[in-house]
Design a protein around this ligand. Structure first.
Ligand code: MN
Length: 163
């Protein structure tokens, strides 16, 4: 589950090391599941939205952040699973590292899954954060054929704010 996370990062012997958390043991929990929204000023500014599921953080990059109004839909590109410890991470990823730039937590809290799963390509959940509150939907969509890269075809979702 975290192989892609590990593969993309240099934790060990290189001259500069990323301060990001090195994955530990996966601990599955069923209660008090957490979410986090991180502002990531990388080459392109985006927001990383992560939900704890199955002992890891399922992750999506949101170029425009979370939808603020009901029925607004924002693009969410699924990225590699992150370790749970990442929910506490803030800091500066050094140059020449994957995701180089600053990471800042802008909201965190607990969430409750209402229905769906990542495998089904549909999730509905309730966020209980200090700023973000309410029901949201994440829906995977099939992009147009004009998109060329495999990545783009596989990982595109939309995030909605429901009533
Ligand atoms: Mn990011």
């Amino acid at each position: 589950m975290l192989e892609n996370y590990r593969k993309k990062r240099k934790f060990g012997k290189s001259k500069t090391v990323t301060p990001e958390p090195k994955p530990g043991k996966i601990k599955k929990r069923n209660q008090n599941l957490i979410f986090v929204l991180q502002k990531h000023q990388a080459k392109n500014l985006h927001y990383d939205f992560r939900l704890e599921m199955g002992g890891v953080l399922k992750s999506w990059a949101l170029p425009k952040g979370m939808p603020k109004k009901v029925n607004m839909k924002n693009l969410a590109i699924q990225t590699e699973d992150h370790p749970l410890e990442y929910a506490e991470f803030e800091g500066e990823i050094p140059k020449n590292h994957y995701g180089a730039g600053s990471v800042k937590i802008i909201n965190q809290g607990n969430y409750q899954l209402i229905k769906g799963s990542v495998e089904k390509g549909y999730l509905q959940f309730y966020l209980r954060g200090d700023k973000l509150k309410g029901i949201y939907d994440l829906i995977k969509f099939k992009p147009k054929k004009s998109l060329k890269s495999k990545q783009e075809k596989k990982d595109l979702w939309l995030i909605f704010k429901s009533k």
